[in-house]
Design a protein around this ligand. Sequence first.
Ligand SMILES: C[S@@+](CC[C@H](N)C(=O)[O-])C[C@H]1O[C@@H](n2cnc3c(N)ncnc32)[C@H](O)[C@@H]1O
Length: 213
Amino acid sequence: MIIVIRILLVIFVFFILWQIVARFAKILFYFPAPAFMGPLFDSVLRRKIQPPGIVIERSGIKEGMHVLEVGCGSGAFTTNVARAVGKKGKVYALDIQQKMLQQFENKLSQPENQDLKNIELIKSSAYELPFDDNSLDLVYMVTVLPEVPDKHRALQEVKRVLKIGGSLSLTELLIDPDYPLKSTTIKAGEKAGFVLDELFGNIWNYTVRFKKP
Ligand SMILES: C[S@@+](CC[C@H](N)C(=O)[O-])C[C@H]1O[C@@H](n2cnc3c(N)ncnc32)[C@H](O)[C@@H]1O
């Protein structure tokens, strides 16, 4: 019993130290989440902490939608989203890092994902979304926006590609070193011209959903 308590204590101390170091580093320098974190993002533990089904439900992702995930990383949520939109829907998975997209491509080549034909991987930045104006039903980001240096520019670009009445869903998790308060996320969305639609979750894990008016 004492050994278990000691191990848990050591894990806790390492976690706190990592949080302090990562948060300071993020304040001092700009860098996207390193690609070596990809397997952790797409792990069983992550799915327990932040179940994809809940993110999909809160984001308002429905069958037949054409959806863009900005900052898909290793694809922790993307395959679930692709199944949720179904054959008539489409998911564009965009990330700025080729190494992240490579991890997602490896995931897609696994036998359990062979049925998925409705995902397109795109290497690009949130500032340059390769879509026509008013062309997408929904854009979602999970622990991404706080990592983008010019959030307003990225949100303006998202607004451009969304259809009128389309949704933007922003999900954040407290253990992310970039974690912003819900009020900060709401302010960023409203400043970019979105209208607040619904709020879900708590301080630990929340989703803010906006509409393009
Ligand atoms: C913390 S990870 C989250 C990945 C994934 N959304 C998840 O929850 O597992 C943030 C991701 O956003 C990507 N990213 C950061 N800045 C970006 C930008 N300006 N444009 C597109 N993607 C970006 C990073 O490369 C990284 O894959």
